[in-house]
Design a binder for this molecule. Structure first.
Ligand code: NAD
Ligand code: UDP
Length: 336
């Protein structure tokens, strides 16, 4: 039984690969390295002492993808590959629609052709748009505020249509909240290009003095301290949810969405405080205007994943802050 991991050189995919190999699964990684580095593949091998095939392949290259399906007898696919920057998706929407949607259609088409019908898809809490209350459960109305979010919504719809057309598919739509942290070894982690868009990589770059200070986007939200609140989840907990989802799909047909979050919301200032306390590092910051499009508060009700997958997040915010900084300190220039 072999699992195809698309986007396995990336942040979440590399952690998933380590977890899968540790649990004794055979994997094949496919990635076009458009937002990652081959060094992460070396590190996965180093951490697990296991080898696996890696293909530098673009999901848009149907012929090459077909050859990979011909060589390997896949049992299932975990589909991480995709472009993920909200801001960039506003600037180059066609690239996002082409990469994420056509890439996923190619993948599913070849899965069907080769009779591989088990799929775990990386969706996002962004599909809840601007939720009018929290915690968010899977039955909340879906909407999107930017092209990136729309690719996730459209792919969820495509996958639901696929199941309707052929009920032998088994599909898990995993809606991630805010993954942070890194493998405790500090050997793999998040490796953003240029100025980080997301909070934690920005904070860790301030902590190692690569950046002068953090800009906190907004201080007048209706939250306990005025700053935005999110459901931060350790990437290791997150990837364990994928293994549980694969087990679930072994036993159940259908298409099912699951929130992967902790169920707790922390504000930007909470994160700064915990990070400074656990790592004994001051994080200088300055309040600036709200970031357009940001929601005030977003956290999951993760009860469905607990009931149906037997999964819940275990690592706390301190571990997330500690592991994030270890990765950044040990790799100040990422994988380069
Ligand atoms: P990442 O950019 O680190 O990893 C994605 C990987 O996919 C990269 O290695 C990239 O090179 C590869 N890729 C992109 N397009 C490809 C293509 N056409 N063919 C082959 N490979 C391609 O991102 P990540 O943070 O690991 O995210 C993984 C998935 O989870 C993405 O689909 C993302 O949208 C989703 N997600 C991420 C977050 C987050 O905060 N990190 C939150 C919600 C959902
Ligand atoms: N944020 C911030 N400064 C930054 C990056 C993010 O104040 O440099 C805030 C952002 O406004 C939001 C929270 O941190 O309230 C989480 O942002 P992130 O981009 O990490 O996740 P997302 O908004 O996509 O959930």
């Amino acid at each position: 039984m072999t699992i195809l991991v698309t986007g396995g050189a990336g942040y979440i995919g590399s952690h998933a690969a380590v977890e899968l190999l540790k649990k004794g699964h055979n994997i094949v990684i496919l990635d076009n390295l458009s937002n990652s580095n081959f060094e992460s593949i070396n590190r996965i091998r180093e951490l697990t002492d296991k080898d696996f095939p890696f293909y530098n392949c673009d999901l848009l290259d149907r012929d090459k993808l077909n050859t990979i399906f011909e060589i390997h007898n896949f049992d299932s696919v975990i589909h991480f590959a995709g472009l993920k920057s909200v801001g960039e998706s506003v600037e180059i929407p066609l690239k996002y629609y082409q990469n994420n949607i056509i890439g996923t259609i190619n993948l599913c088409d070849l899965m069907a052709k080769h009779d591989v019908k088990k799929l775990v898809f990386s969706s996002s809490a962004t599909v809840y748009g601007h939720p009018n209350k929290v915690p968010i459960d899977e039955s909340f109305p879906l909407s999107s505020t930017n092209p990136y979010g729309r690719t996730k919504l459209m792919i969820e719809d495509i996958l639901r249509d696929l199941y309707t057309s052929d009920t032998s598919w088994r599909i898990a739509l995993l809606r991630y909240f805010n993954p942070i942290g890194a493998h405790e070894s500090g050997r793999i982690g998040e490796n953003p290009n240029g100025i980080p868009n997301n909070l934690m990589p920005y904070i860790t770059q301030v902590a190692i003095e690569k950046r002068e200070k953090l800009f906190v986007f907004g201080k007048d939200y209706e939250t306990h301290d005025g700053t935005g609140v999110r459901d931060f989840i350790h990437v290791i907990d997150l990837v364990k949810g994928h293994l549980k989802a694969l087990q679930y799909l072994d036993e159940n047909e259908g298409v099912e969405a699951f929130n992967l979050g902790t169920g707790s919301g922390y504000s930007v200032l909470d994160i700064i405080d915990t990070f400074s306390m656990i790592n004994k590092k001051d994080i200088p910051y300055e309040f600036v205007d709200r970031r357009p499009g940001d929601v005030a508060i977003c956290y999951a009700n993760p009860a469905k994943a607990e009931e149906m997958l037997g999964w819940r997040a275990e690592k706390d915010l301190k571990e997330m802050c500690k592991d994030s900084l270890k990765w950044q300190t040990d790799n100040p220039y990422g994988y380069e």
